[in-house]
Write a protein that binds this ligand. Structure first.
Ligand code: FEO
Length: 395
């Protein structure tokens, strides 16, 4: 059972797919599932790199045993301690009591704290190496990509980078695990979304990690989620570079809340005029219908953001407030911002959104549109002007 999945010379994929969980981190939708990737090096010393979510430990251990046929595991390298990868740690230790745990100083506190598991521990620092026989593993510290203990492990002879969450994506693996063996197109959007939702706050540490690894030759990227990358490595690195520099493509995200359709009507007018001005990439999201996960993804992707909100109890519409909070948390930089809204007796939304733009350092574009009750001809003209101003900025 469980035919071994070879990545390269004695390096095997022993990860699992999760098509059951609805929300990753109890927050982010998983319509196409997610994979928890783990890797085994079957050498003179046997090395396991990360584990999997505890819900899938049974199949995980069966896959390992199919390759090892009763041999033991000498080393567990922990690149990342978030429980979707460390969840099987306590069971692993019970099955392989002599296993040595390799990580950095911050790793071991988490091992003890999450699982009350003792060593033996072997602490590594940036640039340290470990031989398993034919393979040599070098460790790169990449803190805050996206936890404090995150590091990467590089296998020198095969030029394989075990990158932790970096370069990962949502989406379970449907049969094959290496990008050369399937059409990887569906994973790009899910890579954007994974980055935006999970890693997005940590652009600067990601940039530092990319710089640290820039001179390292890499033939294979083994992330902890999604495809194993070989064919698309330049594109994978380019996506991460662009996202971590908060560089948006020319395009506009219109995100709005609307209780009775008045703010929505304004959004439609603005979108129509943007299109008339030649903007090809316009994405519209009703925050009451589209999960914020997807809206944040698009805000990472495009450089123009237009947000519409009714005034609700003298505040922003709750879904919009939640969206703005998530943008602020991620410290997304360099966006052009415009806003619009509606009210029935006292307007507050547009003022609050303008303050938000100032607070996060986004450039305000055009004049905000705020209508009382419903869209009138003069407000229609203001919407057109706002759209034209945005189109001029981003194109
Ligand atoms: Fe996939 Fe940060 O855990």
């Amino acid at each position: 059972m469980f035919k071994p999945v070879s990545i390269s010379d004695h390096i095997y994929y022993v990860g699992v797919n999760d098509r059951t969980k609805h929300l990753f981190e109890a927050l982010w939708p998983l319509p196409s599932g997610v994979s928890y990737n783990s890797y085994l090096i079957d050498d003179e010393k046997v090395v396991l790199i990360d584990t999997v979510d505890i819900c899938y430990s049974d199949i995980f251990f069966k896959k390992i045993d199919r390759i090892l046929s009763g041999r033991s595991i000498d080393y567990l390298i922990i690149n990342h301690m978030e429980p979707d990868h460390s969840g099987s740690l306590r069971l692993l230790k019970k099955l392989y009591p002599g296993i040595q745990i390799i990580g950095n100083k911050k790793t071991f506190e988490m091992v003890k704290g999450f699982y009350d598991v003792d060593g033996p521990f072997h602490e590594v620092k940036d640039g340290d190496e470990l031989s398993s026989g034919k393979h040599t593993l070098r460790f790169y510290m990449t803190p805050m990509v996206h936890w404090p203990e995150t590091m990467m492990t590089y296998e020198i002879s095969t030029e394989t980078l075990f990158s932790g969450d970096a370069f990962g994506s949502f989406g379970a693996l449907n049969g094959a695990v290496m990008d050369k063996d399937f059409n990887a197109d569906p994973y790009w959007d899910e890579m954007y979304r994974y980055y935006a939702d999970i890693v997005g706050k940590y652009g600067s540490p990601v940039q530092k990690a990319l710089q640290k690894l820039s001179a390292v030759p890499v033939k294979t990227i083994c992330s902890t989620h999604g495809p194993v990358w070989q064919e698309h490595i330049p594109q994978v690195i380019s996506v991460y570079d662009k996202l971590s520099r908060y560089e948006g493509e020319p395009g506009v995200v219109i995100a709005y809340g609307s209780m009775y359709g008045n703010t929505e009507q304004t959004a439609e007018v603005i979108a129509s005029e943007l299109s008339a001005c030649g903007v090809r990439d316009i994405v519209m999201h009703n925050v009451s219908k589209t999960h914020l996960s997807y809206i944040i993804k698009d805000i990472f992707k495009y450089n123009g953001i237009l947000v519409g909100s009714p005034t609700y109890s003298n505040e922003l519409f709750p879904g919009i407030q939640s969206l703005l909070d998530k943008i602020e948390t991620r410290d997304i930089k360099n966006r052009y911002f415009g806003c619009f809204g509606s009210f029935a007796w006292a307007g507050a939304a547009v003022k609050r959104m303008s303050l938000f733009a100032k607070h996060v350092g986004w450039e305000m574009v055009g004049i905000p549109v705020e209508q009382k009750f419903t869209l009138t001809p003069d407000k229609y003209d203001e919407c057109v002007a706002l759209a034209q101003a945005m189109a001029k900025k981003i194109l």
